[in-house]
Every structure is written in structure tokens, then in C-alpha cells.
Ligand binder design. Structure first.
Ligand SMILES: *Cc1c(COP(=O)(O)O)cnc(C)c1O
Length: 398
């Protein structure tokens, strides 16, 4: 990758708060125009020097694109990482981690995880030759028992994990994985770098569906991978293959999406903290409610995994919760049918709150109970969101 066309970053991420890093995108300006917001770079190709060299370091936009520089640098700073790569989607980012392994490698993944990735692992990845084992990732004993030293190449963790928000202890899992010679990758989409720093806890790679909180406005699809400084030659070789997967298979983000993502990142800490505060209020309000069988939220002291969440999440427990509706599947679907503010849609992490009957999306084999509604808390006033759910629950139970 060539030098950035922008002035050097004006702030040291090690001594600057995340809010400041995000708000000013590391303080970069365009030295050429003095613009405080970067231009939109759309070129697909770059000029070769007359002596046949490529001193800019850029050849072709499937591999390198100046449109990525600022967003990648800001995410690297927020994650406390070494390098970030943008991808065309969260799935393109996640699958690159596995495609960079070799057929025959053994990998561990959680039984409760993002549904599309689990599907891909059990079909394409398995067909291609990875040996995929789904385990109870919340149990260090289960991780220890499943690891095969020398054979297990990667452990994949998602925490809190869709759609039950189960917690995995990243530091403990990293120690076990590394002792067996395996890499640890964490899907931190729900926690965001505002609440959890997987690399500082020992993970080798952190992945985000930037479609969700990092962008935060439900207007693009993108993914990211951030690595820590590779711990050894094996980790370095794996990251090098991840780079090749992006540039050769071509799951490359578009320039406009990268530009929009940088805009969304500027408000990430504010948005995440607001969503956390509302989610906590909503969870507490509906816990013990006569029309609700159970509220699943890491911020509730009664929630299994709350202690792990308390130890590895800082500043809040996320904007995602699930509600099990009294009366079963039909009642749950009826509640979703009667919300007005909560929009019936998949995805999460936008400014607008979303509600979803998760078992209908995931289909047979889902760990989501039939009475479960997944809620993504947006930036509306929590009182309005509570009132809307209250009236929908009342109508479903009328
Ligand atoms: C959405 C999501 C993904 C996939 O991201 P896409 O951008 O939709 O491909 C992966 N993991 C989690 C936790 C997600 O919520």
C-alpha cells in the first residue's frame, strides 16, 4: 500500500480518547485542498511511473484504494490494533479468515453464532475441506476438550452472540487457543470497539459487520478485519493470506461505501453509549413483566454470563436484547405485527430500532426459541420505545 494522500494523522491514538479519534477521524485533513473531510476517490486504476515503477504503491483498486485509508486507520486506532482491512460485507470479512486456512485444518466455532456464517461453515467451508466443530464456546472446559494441538488452526468466537447474547470469556479462550497453537478470531459486531477490546484481551483478529454499528445508519453493507501485530510467523502468514483473499477473490468494498463508513464512524462512541443506556432501561422495564416470559440482556445481573460481560465490556452491555413473549410463537409474531416505532426488519445497529422474530429468519436448526423477538435498540427516546412495545404486547394478549 502506498503513502496516504492526506496529511499525517495529527493525534496519537495511544494518548487520545476514542471519542476524539472518532469525531475527527484521527485529525486528518486533505493537505492539497485543506478540506477537513476527505474527497471521494473513485479511480479503479493508478498511473505507472515512466520508468515502469509503481512508486505510489497503488496499482489497481481491487487490491488498494485510498478511499479505504482513513476508515481503516480509525478502526485500527479504536481497536488498538496493527492493521485493518475493509471488505465488501461482514460475511466477506469473516469468510476471508477461514479461506486463509488450508484444507484439512480443524476449526472451532460456537453453537450460538451469526446464522449465515454458521450456514457457510457447515456447507461451503466443510465442502472445501475445513473440519468445522461447533461447541459450547461459553465453557472453557468444552473449548479445552475440543482443541487438538497441532491440528486446530483457528477458534472463532462471537460475543455477545446472536440471538441469545451469550458471553464468551475472550481472555480465557485466547489462552487456551494459543496454548494449542491456534489463532483466535472474535466477531465483535455487537460489542463494538467502544465496549470491548478483543485484541487487548488476547485475540489475534477482530471482525466487524461494519454494516451494523460501525456505520450505524443502515445505508451500506461492509465488513472489517483488524489484526494485532502478528505474534509469530504463523500468524503473520495467515494475515498475509487474508490480504490475498481480499485482493484476489475480490470481496473489496466500494469507494462510496468506504466514504460513508468513515462518516458513520465519527459518531460511533456517542451512538453506542446511547443505545446501551436505552437497552438497559428497556431490559429492566420488561424483566418480570406479566406478558414477557424472559428478557435476555447481558446487562441484567440475573443473566447467565453477566459476570463475564461485566469483566470484558466497559461502559455498557450493548444495544441488542431479546424478549421471549408469554404465549409462545403466535403471540411473539403478533407483538411484532403491532409495533409501530420498532420496524420489522433484520439487521441491527442503525439509528432506528428494529424488531425481528428470529426463528422465522433462521429456520430449522436455529437455537432461537420460537417465542423470541430480537430487538435492536436505536436512538429514539427510550420512553417511546417502551410505550410502543407495551401497546403491542397488550394487543397480542387481548
Ligand atoms: C450482520 C452480521 C454479520 C454479517 O455481516 P454482513 O455485513 O451482513 O455480511 C456477521 N456477524 C454478525 C454478528 C452480524 O450481526
Amino acid at each position: 500500500m502506498g503513502p496516504t494522500p492526506y496529511a499525517a494523522a495529527r493525534m496519537d491514538p495511544k494518548t487520545t480518547h476514542p471519542d476524539t479519534i472518532a469525531a475527527q477521524a484521527l485529525g486528518w485533513i486533505d493537505e492539497h485542498t485543506r478540506a477537513v473531510i476527505p474527497p471521494l476517490h473513485v479511480s479503479s486504476t493508478y498511473l505507472r511511473d515512466p520508468d515502469n515503477q509503481y512508486r505510489s504503491g497503488r496499482v489497481y483498486a481491487r487490491a488498494d484504494n485510498p478511499a479505504f485509508d482513513q476508515a481503516e486507520a480509525v478502526i485500527t486506532a479504536l481497536e488498538g490494533g496493527h492493521q485493518t482491512l475493509l471488505f465488501a460485507s461482514g460475511m466477506a470479512a469473516a469468510t476471508a479468515v477461514f479461506q486463509a486456512l488450508a484444507p484439512g485444518d480443524h476449526v472451532l466455532a460456537p453453537q450460538v453464532m451469526y446464522w449465515s456464517l454458521r450456514n457457510w461453515l457447515m456447507t461451503f467451508a466443510t465442502g472445501w475441506g475445513l473440519e468445522v466443530e461447533l461447541i459450547d464456546m461459553t465453557s472453557p472446559a468444552a473449548v479445552q476438550a475440543a482443541l487438538r494441538p497441532g491440528k486446530t488452526a483457528l477458534v472463532w468466537v462471537e460475543t455477545p452472540a446472536n440471538p441469545l447474547w451469550t458471553l464468551t470469556d475472550i481472555a480465557a479462550t485466547a489462552r487456551l487457543a494459543h496454548a494449542a497453537g491456534a489463532l483466535l478470531a472474535v466477531d465483535s459486531t455487537v460489542a463494538t470497539p467502544v465496549l470491548t477490546q478483543p485484541l487487548a484481551l488476547g485475540a489475534d483478529i477482530v471482525m466487524h459487520a461494519a454494516t451494523k454499528y460501525l456505520n450505524g445508519h443502515s445505508d451500506l453493507v461492509a465488513g472489517t478485519l483488524t489484526t494485532r501485530a502478528p505474534a509469530d510467523a504463523k500468524a503473520a502468514a495467515h494475515w498475509q493470506r487474508v490480504r490475498q483473499v481480499r485482493s484476489q477473490i475480490g470481496g473489496t468494498l466500494g469507494s462510496f461505501e468506504a466514504w460513508l463508513l468513515l462518516r458513520g464512524l465519527r459518531t460511533l462512541p456517542l451512538r453506542v453509549r446511547a443505545a446501551c443506556a436505552s437497552a438497559q432501561r428497556i431490559a429492566e422495564h420488561f424483566q418480570g413483566h406479566p406478558l414477557v416470559a424472559q428478557v435476555l440482556y447481558p446487562g441484567l445481573p440475573a443473566f447467565v454470563g453477566h459476570e463475564i460481560a461485566k469483566a470484558q465490556m466497559e461502559g455498557g452491555y450493548g444495544g441488542m436484547l431479546s424478549v421471549r413473549v408469554a404465549g409462545g410463537e403466535a403471540a411473539a409474531i403478533t407483538v411484532a405485527a403491532h409495533t409501530a416505532l420498532w420496524k420489522r426488519a433484520t439487521s441491527l445497529g442503525g439509528t432506528e430500532s428494529l424488531i425481528e422474530h428470529r426463528a422465522s429468519v433462521e429456520g430449522p436448526g436455529t437455537p432461537a426459541p420460537a417465542d423470541l423477538l430480537r430487538l435492536s435498540v436505536g436512538l429514539e427516546h427510550a420512553d417511546d420505545l417502551i410505550a410502543d412495545l407495551e401497546q403491542a404486547l397488550a394487543r397480542a394478549h387481548a
